[in-house]
Write a new protein. Structure first.
Length: 267
């Protein structure tokens, strides 16, 4: 990595994620409760989501006040530099609310609309994932590589997630029921960012989910791709809110085709 701008963005993302992760890990109140809801009464926001996003944006703005921001908890500004930060201050909020360890801070930087830096900080795992476009992916300084050789689909371990809107999650359950006989097994971790990093690390053969937002997948998608995984949405389309698929080559295409056949992207 020779570009000084990318080096600066990576260093800032790493430090912002580290600080937010420490705040979330060490500052979690014993009586943590729901501060607000989003798409449904079970799609929750805690006071810690809000505090972590405020910390991240404040830190990044100190160094790059003219950049744009897109954050899950409401931050949004276009900026004037061509660089936009895409932030999920706490991916896996329900896990965090219940004291489960699978949650993460996700920060990506885009340059003229292209993702160029991604950082996922998973404090309870003591793992920091990072990637720069064209520079590979790493966890705690060790190079990541998705699982090779790829197994056949019927021996693949695949993770997914479920929406918080009732009729959407019911359809997702139907898709999973039809898909699971075609796989080794399905996992449900509760954090899209962590699932994408687990694909990058070779802990999963694949991952799919409907209904993700840009902040859910921005950093993890880059990390997975830089580790050699393939990512996308419906066949021929990029990952988006309709469908996100990430998998090791050899699993990606049959998994994507199966999901398209089962209508995973619509009710």
């Amino acid at each position: 990595m020779t570009d000084p701008v990318l080096s600066e963005l990576l260093d800032l993302a790493l430090e912002a994620a580290r600080r937010a992760g420490a705040l979330l890990r060490d500052g979690r109140p014993a009586d943590l409760g729901v501060a607000a809801t989003k798409s449904s009464p079970i799609d929750v926001v805690t006071e810690m989501d809000i505090a972590a996003e405020k910390l991240i944006i404040g830190y990044l703005s100190d160094f790059r006040p003219d950049d744009g921001f897109l954050g899950e908890e409401g931050a949004g500004s276009p900026g004037s530099t061509g660089i936009r930060w895409v932030i999920d201050p706490l991916d896996g909020t329900v896990n965090y609310l219940y004291g489960l360890p699978t949650w993460a801070v996700s920060i990506a930087a885009e340059l003229d609309g292209e993702r160029v830096v991604g950082v996922v900080e998973a404090p309870m795992r003591r793992e920091t994932y990072q990637a720069v476009l064209g520079g590979g992916a790493f966890a705690n300084g060790e190079a990541l590589r998705c699982r090779r050789p790829a197994p056949p689909l019927d021996q693949a371990l695949v993770s997914t997630g479920f929406n918080y809107v009732g009729h959407v999650r019911a359809h997702q359950a139907d898709v999973a029921q039809q898909l699971i006989p075609r796989l080794r097994d399905i996992r449900r971790g509760g954090s899209a960012a962590v699932d994408l990093c687990d694909v990058a690390a070779g802990r999963l053969d694949g991952y799919y989910e409907r209904g993700l937002h840009p902040w859910d997948l921005a950093a993890g998608d880059l990390i997975a791709r830089e580790a050699g995984a393939l990512t996308g949405g419906r066949p021929g389309l990029p990952a988006d809110g309709d469908l996100t698929v990430a998998a090791t080559p050899g699993v990606f295409e049959p998994l994507q085709a199966a999901l398209d056949e089962l209508g995973a992207w619509h009710d």
